[in-house]
Ligand binder design. Structure first.
Ligand SMILES: C[S@@+](CC[C@H](N)C(=O)[O-])C[C@H]1O[C@@H](n2cnc3c(N)ncnc32)[C@H](O)[C@@H]1O
Length: 277
């Protein structure tokens, strides 16, 4: 069997599998399209294919996922990084550059594989980054990734920010936000990904409310809170933020599909600087 015979009729996930088995990039597959697969390679490819047919996610099979142009280790204890979260990190870093000083304390709540914390640290090594997760198994994955990327992060296994007494300039979180009662969750997501990373009570708003309730005690005077949110949650989260942080300015932003996807809460920053975040 030649590469071109397989390439003829495969989807994106199968192509990733082929790239992995042959240790070739997408363009390299094309250049080498007349190369014959060894028996061992073909068997390996077929094994992955069988797992894909059973509905497993390619990232969990290959134990890796891309985020912000970097490769991260993943396993079934963590959420597979989503492209929407790249935009959360990008906008947050832009806001930091625009509104805050450079050396600052950042807290990532519900770090999972560590992608947010590690990417921010890679974007600016002067950031002091702390990251929490309630799942010890997730923290292990995040630690593995921080070593892989040589990014020094202070990981803490805790419920949200329980037991943390430091003050932060930036708090960022992509908490579980799918409504536990929702029936519209993609089968593949529900079957593969850890439910502790996906679902939340109170129409998916439970963690935003809990995070914001006492957040004042870990915030510096001037701060940015950055959330990824579900597409119907923007106004409700804005109301929660207004309740707990009445002086802050709250902005809802959209993802590339034009769905509400992010909430930014800025405090202690002069109003005229906030006309357009
Ligand atoms: C939607 S995932 C996000 C993971 C990662 N930050 C990302 O963006 O891909 C939510 C994460 O929150 C963690 N989590 C759930 N409940 C938590 C809690 N009470 N305290 C801290 N972390 C929690 C889950 O274990 C999971 O890793």
């Amino acid at each position: 069997m030649k590469i071109k015979d397989i390439l003829n009729d495969i989807n994106n996930e199968q192509k990733l599998a082929l790239e992995q088995v042959l240790n070739l990039s997408g363009p390299e597959l094309i250049v080498n399209k007349d190369r014959e697969l060894t028996k061992k390679e073909y068997k390996e490819y077929q094994n992955i294919n069988k797992k894909l047919e059973k509905g497993q996610s390619i990232q969990y099979i290959l134990k890796k996922a891309n985020f912000y142009g970097n490769e991260f280790y993943v396993n079934r204890n963590v959420l597979i990084p989503r492209p929407e979260t790249e935009e959360l990190v990008r906008i947050t870093n832009e806001l930091i550059k625009k509104h805050l000083k450079q050396e600052l304390n950042i807290l990532d709540i519900g770090t999972g594989s560590g992608i947010i914390a590690i990417t921010l640290k890679k974007l600016n090594n002067t950031y002091n980054v702390t990251a929490t997760d309630i799942s010890r198994k997730a923290i292990r994955v995040a630690q593995k990734n921080s070593k892989k990327h040589n990014a020094e992060i202070n990981f803490i296994k805790t419920d949200l920010y329980n037991g943390i007494n430091d003050k932060y300039d930036v708090i960022i979180s992509n908490p579980p936000y799918l409504d536990v009662n929702s029936i519209n969750i993609e089968e593949k997501v529900r079957k593969n990904e850890p439910h502790i990373a996906l679902f939340a009570k109170n129409e998916g708003l439970y963690y935003y409310d809990r995070i914001l309730q006492n957040i004042g005690k870990i915030l510096k005077n001037k701060y940015i809170i950055a959330f990824e949110i579900g597409e119907n949650q923007g106004l409700k989260i804005k109301n929660i933020a207004n309740k707990y942080l009445p002086k802050a300015k709250v902005f809802i932003k959209q993802d590339y599909n034009n769905h509400d996807r992010y909430v930014f809460i800025l405090g202690g920053i002069k109003d005229e600087k906030l006309k357009n975040i």
